[in-house]
Write a protein that binds this ligand. Sequence first.
Ligand code: ITT
Length: 201
Amino acid sequence: MNAINHKPTLIFATNNVHKVEEIQAAIGDQLEVISLKQAGIDIDIPEPHETLEANASEKSSTIHRLTGNDCFSEDTGLEVDALNGEPGVKSARYAGDDRSFSNNIDKLLHKLQGHTDRKARFRTVISLIRDGQEHLFEGICEGRILANPAGEQGFGYDPVFTPDGATRSFAEMNMEEKNHYSHRRKAADQLVAFLKMQPRR
Ligand code: ITT
């Protein structure tokens, strides 16, 4: 009998270390997520499309073509009602190509000045490629945009977003608390449920 029990692994086509940590925490220890860096792949995949779904597909299909392995990616956007869904699919580069979190937040708060409707949501789309077939999973977290940034944890727009049912921003929560509410965890739950229903032969 082979006593060594290897954990299954899956490549996560991302260069965002925060996403890797959050997804791994959401998935737990049944599956080990391997980032692009850990897989030895140095690539910045363009995200030229107008939807989260198409950008997620771009990232997973690029890595599948490169490696031939099963993999998944995710694309996430912050959709603000008073801004007609902006920054949405452009969330990473809202304030320009330097992808600075603080510049993105400054632009968002500036555009929301004078707006009383602060309703917003994070939406994550995961694209899984398994045996050459793509499967999409979505997770949504409804909430509101704060008047001023609060907290130091997390990343991106976390300091200005408070999920419905909470009194603190995502950046004032540890990862476990954020994952209780988060878009990414909800999408990851669906990914895990799918993988459980379709175990490897
Ligand atoms: P990859 O494409 O390599 O996965 P990325 O950071 O470019 O990483 P996205 O294209 O999905 O990721 O960009 C989404 C941006 O939205 C991201 O850079 C953050 O600014 C923001 N964002 C995504 N998820 C977030 C979260 O959970 N909390 C706060 N902001 C988030």
